[in-house]
Design a protein around this ligand. Structure first.
Ligand code: ZN
Length: 281
């Protein structure tokens, strides 16, 4: 991969990571989204140099210039993780080509959704709905040029709809086990796994296979993450990553408390989007 493309991707990823940290901090708290960055502790408006991801953290030695409080390490870690994932999808897609746009959109929206679901047990429509709409719009343009296969966007939409319907059934049977937020997230994930099958392999069969394995892998990862969380709660005796709406802290009965399922589903789909060759050969 070209060094310039890698540097540009990392730069874009860090700025996107900064956007992710803003979404994570503001949307669950109901704070309006504005282009102005704020200190996460004292909420002081930050100047442009103070807002530069990672660089500002290094320059200010991890502290806010206004209140002197340490900036949570999770903010910088989230920016770096977003940048690394952006680099991964670009290296796995088509470095320098327009087809990198849909997976980049997916990474940015999923990073925000994963963190919000882990902490708040929510998958906000205000992120999922625009992510689906913008993804389909970008795919519609790309399917005409450079792909020259207008049906590709239809295939992505059909895959998304199929996942939505497939996940709606277990949700209707047991709403407490699989939330409606997860069902709507399934639409976003299916659109993207379908798009990989449509744009790279140009067949309905690839669309179906990649989407099926993404859902299966996502469900498995969701169960593994849930098991790990239960185990950590049991060992520590603490209500780690508790549902804030349920409240309550203390000893946790095994398999009796809810766990967020969105992160597992998201990671499963991200894996298939980055490494479809694992399924398609
Ligand atoms: Zn501050």
């Amino acid at each position: 991969m070209d060094v310039v493309v890698a540097a540009l991707t990392l730069g874009f990823g860090l700025i996107a990571g900064s956007l992710v940290t803003m979404l994570v901090a503001r949307i669950p708290a109901g704070i309006p989204l504005t282009p102005v960055s704020r200190c996460p502790i004292c909420h002081h408006h930050l100047s442009l140099p103070e807002s530069l991801p990672v660089v500002s953290w290094l320059l200010c030695r991890g502290r806010c210039r206004h209140c002197g409080n340490p900036i949570p390490w999770s903010v910088t870690a989230l920016e770096i993780a977003t940048a690394v994932l952006c680099l991964l999808v670009v290296t796995q897609t088509e470095p320098g080509g327009w087809l990198v746009l849909p997976p980049l959109l997916l990474v940015v929206s999923l990073m925000a959704l994963i963190v919000i679901d882990l902490v708040h047990y929510r998958l906000p429509d205000v992120i999922v709905a625009p992510a689906v709409a913008v993804s389909l719009l970008v795919m519609a343009v790309l399917s005409v040029a450079p792909l020259g296969r207008p049906i590709a966007v239809v295939q992505a939409l059909v895959a998304g709809g199929a996942v939505l319907v497939a996940m709606l059934i277990p949700h209707l049977i047991n709403p407490a086990g699989l939330g409606f937020g997860d069902v709507k997230l399934g639409l976003l994930l299916g659109v993207h796994t379908g798009w990989v099958g449509a744009s790279r392999y140009e067949s309905w069969s690839a669309v179906g296979r990649l989407t099926f394995w993404a859902v299966l892998l996502g469900m498995l990862l969701g169960l593994v993450l849930a098991g790990l969380l239960h185990l950590l709660r049991r060992v520590s005796g603490k209500h780690l990553l508790a549902d804030p709406a349920a409240g309550g802290v203390g000893p946790v009965p095994f398999l009796k408390t809810p766990v967020p399922f969105g992160p597992g589903l998201s990671l499963g789909a991200l894996f298939i989007v980055c490494f479809p060759q694992c399924i398609m050969g």
